[in-house]
Design a protein around this ligand. Sequence first.
Ligand SMILES: [Cu+2]
Ligand SMILES: [Zn+2]
Length: 175
Amino acid sequence: MRRILAAILTCASLGACTTLDTLPSERVAEARLSFANGVPAGTAQLISDGQTMTLAIAATGLSVGEHGFHLHTTGRCEAPDFKSAGGHLNPADREHGSLNPQGKHLGDLPNLVVGASRSTSTQVDLGVDTAQLRDSIFDADGTAIVIHAGADDYRSDPAGDAGARVACGVLTAAS
Ligand SMILES: [Cu+2]
Ligand SMILES: [Zn+2]
């Protein structure tokens, strides 16, 4: 923890926090996301500091606005609708959404917010311990990352009413 804090302070004092490699971290998995027409939509990396997991994503080519963003239960991205990725990653058998009293799914993530650049990058603390998440992500059928056309309302079961699946990528173990 002290090392992480030191790294954050260092990067704050340098005025640049764009790289992750200043943190004591291990790349656990990565994904390349594509739109239904095959055009690249960005990359995601799953990073562990040994205790927690962070998902870092950089996406591009999205429409302006908020986009639902989830881990889906099956690591298969078949265009055009990406239904092959299944529902949200949900090993604890909860309902969808952080605003749902019965929620939330392990795969529920905050909406991506996209401005005029049509691009976005963010990091999400997944809030679970590393071992549990590894087991869920690297289960027999793998895991996909999906970006939706619309915003997730964090409430509507089972998928937040976030609309069509516009981009998808399969998480693979980092080499
Ligand atoms: Cu989704
Ligand atoms: Zn969900």
